[in-house]
Design a protein around this ligand. Structure first.
Ligand code: ADP
Ligand code: ADP
Length: 220
């Protein structure tokens, strides 16, 4: 499903973000990636959804060599990958429903199909009653759950989350983590970066740590 082989990433300013990383995640797996700030966690996820390219090595997602994709082919792959960000990245002038539906509109889904998918997705993140609110009217935890709804509304088999609980208090962080676990139980492969050790300890899932661009196994 996801595989990195000998992946090194050096940015144009010569900073070495990843250094010979090997990683394999099975279909329907769940993996935490921990490590200090600047260790290379975001870079690893960016390589998976094609936001950055590896300097050396190979990155495969759904069996496809991501580093070789351009344009439409890359867009097609991205439709099969949901991404959740620490700062939510919601569109402030759109309602909750519009923020989530936008993804489907952009992919050319019919009005009917958008409606059919929207309601269950908002229910799944516990926000059906906030469909017509704007992001500024929501708490941080609720905003992140909108981010989650947007990431999964297209039913991607792979979900990537970059410090999704970084701006949340412990209760909200736990709630968001439970949604990730639920999605994983539905068969979605989930990769979460975090430096919140409590979350990692609570969820009994495999953990790898990145330090100085190198990967180390913490828990199988
Ligand atoms: P090493 O030089 O330590 O073998 P690798 O880059 O080959 O370094 O891998 C780092 C560690 O991460 C290894 O112990 C490997 O088994 C582990 N690892 C790789 N993928 C996963 C995964 N999906 N889940 C758990 N551990 C993993
Ligand atoms: P993390 O997500 O673990 O905090 P990052 O992947 O963001 O780490 O960063 C890893 C290293 O790469 C850091 O030294 C960071 O400064 C550097 N880096 C990240 N993005 C860029 C970029 N666009 N240009 C240059 N250096 C970058």
């Amino acid at each position: 499903m996801v595989e990195l082989r000998g992946v090194t990433k050096t940015y144009s300013n010569q900073s070495l973000a990843l250094d010979g990383v090997n990683l394999k995640i099975k279909r329907k797996g769940f993996l935490f990636i921990t490590g200090p700030s600047g260790a290379g966690k975001s870079t690893l996820l960016k390589l998976l959804y094609g936001e950055e390219r590896a300097s050396l090595g190979e990155v495969r997602v759904h069996g496809i060599d991501v580093g070789k994709l351009r344009g439409d082919r890359l867009s097609q792959l991205r439709r099969r990958i949901g991404v959740v960000f620490q700062d939510y990245k919601l569109i402030p002038r759109k309602t909750v429903a519009e923020n989530v539906a936008f993804v489907l509109w952009a992919q050319g889904y019919s009005h009917q199909e958008v409606q059919r998918r929207l309601t269950p997705t908002l229910k799944m993140v516990g926000l059906a009653h906030k469909a017509d609110c704007f992001p500024t009217q929501l708490s941080g935890g609720e905003q992140q759950r909108v981010g989650l709804a947007r990431a999964i509304v297209g039913m991607p088999p792979l979900l990537l989350a970059d410090e999704p609980t970084g701006n949340l208090d412990p209760d909200n962080a736990l709630q968001v983590m439970k949604i990730f676990q639920k999605l994983n139980s539905f068969g979605i492969t989930v990769i979460v970066t975090t430096h919140d050790d409590r979350l990692v300890r609570m969820a009994d899932r495999p953990v790898v740590q990145i330090r100085d661009g190198k990967l180390h196994q913490v828990r199988r």
